[in-house]
Design a protein around this ligand. Sequence first.
Ligand SMILES: Cc1ncc(COP(=O)(O)O)c(C=O)c1O
Length: 360
Amino acid sequence: MTKAIRPQPGIMDIAPYQGGTSHVAGLDNVVKLSSNENPLGPSEAAIEAYRRASYDLHRYPSSDHSALRTAIAEVLGLDADRIICGAGSDEVIAFLCQAYAGEGSEVIHTEHGFGMYRISALAAGATPVEVRERERVTDVDAILAACTDATRLVFIANPNNPTGTMIGAADVARLADGLPRQALLVLDGAYAEYVEGYDGGVALVESRENVVMTRTFSKLYGLGGLRVGWGYGPAHVIDVLNRVRGPFNLSNAALAAAEAAIRDTAYADHCRAENARWRSWLADALAELGVPSDVSLANFVLARFSSADEAQACDAYLKSQGLIVRMVAGYKLPNCLRITVGDESACRRIVHAVRQFKEG
Ligand SMILES: Cc1ncc(COP(=O)(O)O)c(C=O)c1O
């Protein structure tokens, strides 16, 4: 880097995001349980829509995403005009930081919060502010105490990644109502679809001017490879975000597949039920082996080992058996491993391998 050519303040403080690994050298038949992907894959209808879109590769995609927004609105009972779509919810998070944060402003995230909040805040020139959690659960009082005149955005994931815990609607409402006037609450619902009977924050968004929620097609809908996410918020916020959004940020194929995926509610219900079933089986079986976890509401379990060394050793053993899980030391959880809930065979393989590891 020369002295004259240098990036904006904050950029060099970014530690690039590390995605979950997917290969183990020398091993075939590996099972990837490191990125919270849907082990059952996407709906057949989404795959078919993706295939059909291949005939239109020479066409630019829709720039207003009207068909996808309408589908989301119809299925979930929302106002399509207040939805914005992004290349993954990552992009919506980036739009929020770009539009509402900047030099001299603060962006709050929680101690074990998703890594992109800090990265997007720094990329926008803002100062990320980390707030402690209480036993791996978002602490509303601690967040409210950390707010200042400079706070512009507060990110919480509900359920949170990598803890799997969530806070109730009354606590989220208390947080929204207690924020300073210039601050927006972003309710990240990347895992909201896994929670039976949870609206992901819709009621709160619809009754407040300072709440935005984000959602993704990467988890329950099994479309992580296509990069589709969305946000729902007050009209004034969606208008702002659309001004920083590129006109063709989502491809034809991604839009078509996501639209088919959200309309296939039977498949989504099936995936939610399978996840719930194998999540509790996995958590119970690990607990019996002396590896406890908090009750998870998402599609992963945060397994707690007795020490960082034990977690690291178990990770290495699992890898040697072709099982890739996620070390979360970077999320200040060095004694934990985050394990995505796989299909039945993957869950059984994990438990078998952890048993072998524990028996030494
Ligand atoms: C809490 C949370 N938010 C957002 C995302 C981003 O998802 P995507 O950009 O694939 O929509 C993830 C992905 O892991 C996540 O865990």
